[in-house]
Design a binder for this molecule. Structure first.
Ligand SMILES: [Zn+2]
Length: 175
């Protein structure tokens, strides 16, 4: 099997194709691009093929064999001829503007549910502040808050989470 196909099967991320893979001692860098022909305008919902420019975006995915996995995505910015709007292509496995995949965010959430943010952060090589922010973002999705709770603080969110999901041990000791 060709190496790119091997990694495509291993990652199982839809909507992309792999161009090249670089494996170093600590990282697996996966150069990839969209496999979708067109992209839907978020405003008028029409499908467009007119690419305005490309950006390089780095996205962290789940580690493989102790190596960090980084997707080097060639991201396309489209221009919609109908409403003259510029927009970036979206993918089902990463939120707009985020530098980690949805499953990486979920993994960090689970990791931090069992230990303090500082320890979780060390395991994924991120700052504890980043991990803490990521935890609460994910927690809001896990709890699936009704609209009236949209503005709830992180601490109120914690109270809602108790009994429903795991709580970081550092937080448990404070409450
Ligand atoms: Zn449009």
């Amino acid at each position: 099997m060709e190496i790119n196909q091997f990694y495509e099967q291993l990652l199982s991320l839809p909507e992309i194709q792999i161009e090249k893979v670089n494996v170093t001692e600590k990282r697996i860098e996966i150069h990839c691009q969209s496999s979708q022909g067109n992209s839907q305008c978020p405003q008028c919902l029409k499908y467009n093929t007119q690419v305005n420019q490309y950006y390089r975006r780095q996205i962290r995915d789940l580690d493989i064999s102790g190596r960090q996995v980084w997707l080097e995505l060639k991201e396309r910015q489209f221009i919609c001829p109908s409403c003259n709007r510029f927009y970036l292509e979206r993918f089902s496995w990463v939120q707009p503007g985020k530098s980690y995949t949805n499953r990486q965010a979920k993994w960090i959430f689970e990791l931090c549910a069992k230990q303090p943010f500082t320890q979780g952060a060390a395991l994924v090589d991120l700052s504890h502040k980043t991990v803490e922010r990521l935890y609460f973002e994910q927690a809001r999705q896990e709890v699936d808050l009704p609209a009236r709770y949209a503005q709830v603080s992180d601490w109120e969110l914690m109270r809602l989470l108790i009994g429903k999901a795991s709580i970081p041990t550092a937080v448990c000791s404070l409450t």
